[in-house]
Design a protein around this ligand. Sequence first.
Ligand SMILES: [Zn+2]
Length: 373
Amino acid sequence: MDTSVSSITDNTSNLHEAVNKNLYVRPKRTVEERKHLKQRIPELLWTERLIRGFPKFVDARTEHVFSWHGHELPIYSLTLGNRDPATPTVLFTGGVHGLERIGTQVILAWLQSFLERASWDKNTAALLQQIQIVVVPIVNPVGIYRNTRSNGNDVDLNRNAPIEAEARVPFIGGGHRISPRIPCYRGKPNNEMEKENQILESIIKRQILNHPISLVLDLHSGLGMRDHIWFPYAYRKRPIGNIAKFLALKFLWERTYPRQPYIYEPQSVHYLAHGDIWDYFYKLAKTSSQCTFMPLTLEMGSWNWVRKNPLQLKTLSGIFNPQIAHRHSRVLRRHLVFLDFILSAAINSSSWLPDKAHSEVLKQAAKNIWYSE
Ligand SMILES: [Zn+2]
């Protein structure tokens, strides 16, 4: 059997070669290393199983590899469907906050079902002609590996973009530069964005902004009883330019699924934050492309799981993730419909994107709903 040292070297060159060639190469790992990763970051092995299991549909790429205490932790992107720039596109991202691994699991559960279905259902396979789907299930592999919100540099990736909030943010939680030892650290003032965010930016520039419309869903879990769908901005209380489109999407969703579980609103209704990456990418899309770029965040309310099983409070992971098997399965099932809906909404945007006159009405309605004092 390989010694762990030589196999780590093998794996390092193997994975770095994959990054250099812009493709996915199956990582070489010892049995011990696999066991270890299965304990610490099973979502990584799950992603690799989907890449290997569905080569006909999944075009995977090793975007970057972090070396963390002798372990090689890659960021993968998975692309499905039609890359023609004329098609609409969706982007699903998870694991920005490493502690909130349930977000990554929800994406992988959806992707697994979607791929299984595409392999026998002609309609699902045909749908892939009409859309490009890009999935980055683990944006922050080091954070997931070590069970922290932040990345390996102790930076909170969703407080790290070069954007300052216009008004007061919650102390600590809204992002700060006091110390990397305190959660929600933004990073040093003049540093470039963290590597994970640079990777996301390069994927967005390479594969998203050259398309006419992109719906994005970034999955998180947090402290609250309800599941929320948030949209930008986080840095200001004034409405986003595309507010009419976000409200049209909300109405479409709620009309189609009247018994849906989400509260859908701008993030600024809850709190303002510095350095939100979706504020940053939205502005990037606006200034550098014609793409109708609509980022949404699913914030799964974790208090509900804690309320039903208070023992979860004993561990940090228990505060952010359902721990009991049946509840965990229920969470993985619960959001499948919404992810499917995002796909259909992107493909059929001409059926619901408002025209100019309707936009004015929606803008006014949005002001009344969310922005009146
Ligand atoms: Zn989060």
